[in-house]
Design a protein around this ligand. Structure first.
Ligand code: SAM
Length: 164
């Protein structure tokens, strides 16, 4: 599953890495940007692997969780949407991913700002969401349901393996 698709760059990478019968559920609040990238997905021959759903991801996850059969079924979830909702996503996807499966949270270094003092110079958007990203990082570090590893690539990706 991918939460936060935009033009589908990471979605296409995931689809390409999947076996021919693999599927990825792709959630985004707007279809507009996905449609922009769709010609590339078509050109790569990956449309059959992608199930795109437009709408607020939290509502969709809540619908999925209403069906017990969906619990513990996802191999991998990549979360790259609204940072202020990462904890809300975590409380839902932790039940959807299988034990042994992975959840990846993007932007957990948040331009390096998570390690800076609150008064350090930073852009408005970085400053505005920095507190949420720090809160997520602290929460993931103490969550006994997962083992975590932070990849210091790009803007930081925290990989969580569900262990219980
Ligand atoms: C950083 S972009 C995703 C980039 C993409 N994962 C990639 O690496 O190519 C974030 C996306 O999250 C989507 N988004 C923001 N809030 C959302 C929400 N509440 N529910 C679903 N998608 C949301 C935005 O529309 C945007 O397309």
């Amino acid at each position: 599953m991918e939460i936060g698709v935009y033009t589908g760059y990471s979605l296409l990478s995931t689809a390409l890495a999947l076996p021919s019968d693999g599927k990825v559920l792709a959630l985004d609040i707007t279809r507009e940007y996905y449609d922009m990238g769709l010609p590339m997905i078509k050109k790569a021959g990956m449309t059959h692997k992608i199930d795109f759903r437009e709408g607020p991801a939290l509502l969709f996850l809540d619908k999925l969780l209403q069906d017990e059969n969906n619990k513990g079924t996802f191999d991998f979830v990549f979360v790259d949407a609204d940072k202020n909702n990462y904890l809300n996503y975590h409380e839902r996807v932790i039940d959807l991913v299988k034990v042994g499966g992975l959840i990846g949270y993007d932007n957990t270094l948040w331009s390096g700002s998570v390690a800076l003092s609150p008064n350090a110079p930073m852009t408005k958007i970085v400053k505005g969401l920095r507190g949420h990203v720090i809160e997520v990082n602290k929460y993931l570090a103490q969550d006994l349901r997962i083992e975590i590893c932070q990849l210091t690539i790009g803007d930081g990706i925290t990989l969580c393996r569900r262990i219980s």
